[in-house]
Design a protein around this ligand. Structure first.
Ligand SMILES: [Zn+2]
Length: 110
C-alpha cells in the first residue's frame, strides 16, 4: 500500500485507499462469466459424473451429470471471479485512479 497517493486535505497517504468499484464489478461479472463457461466446459465433468453415476442407471446418471456440471460451474466461478478481481483492480488502480481518504472522507482522482 506504499504506492497510495497523499490526501490533498491531510497531506498524508496513511488513510488513503483505492476506490475499488470496478474490482467489485469485475469480480461479480468474472464470476458469472466463469460459472457459465465452467458449466459449459463442465460438460466433460457432467459426462464423467454421468458415467460414474450410471452405476445406478437413470437416477444416478442424472445426479452425476448435474453434480459434474455444478462442479464445473463452481470451479469456473472461482477462476472467473479471481480473474475479474485482478482485472478490475488493475482498472481501478491504473485507469480510473480514484482514491478516498478514510481520515477526512475526501475522494480525489490522481
Ligand atoms: Zn484526508
Amino acid at each position: 500500500m506504499s504506492e497510495n497517493p497523499q490526501c490533498p486535505n491531510c497531506n498524508n497517504p496513511e488513510h488513503v485507499v483505492l476506490v475499488n468499484t470496478t474490482r467489485k464489478v469485475g469480480t461479480a461479472v468474472g464470476g458469472v462469466a466463469g460459472a457459465a463457461s465452467g458449466y459449459a466446459g463442465g460438460s466433460t465433468g457432467a459426462a464423467t459424473g454421468a458415467a460414474i453415476g450410471s452405476v445406478v442407471p437413470v437416477i444416478g446418471t442424472g445426479i452425476g451429470a448435474v453434480a459434474g456440471g455444478l462442479a464445473g460451474a463452481l470451479a469456473g466461478f472461482f477462476a472467473g471471479a479471481s480473474v475479474g478481481n485482478k482485472v478490475g483492480e488493475h482498472v481501478d488502480r491504473h485507469i480510473i485512479c480514484q482514491y478516498r481518504c478514510n481520515s477526512c472522507g475526501k475522494e480525489f482522482e490522481v
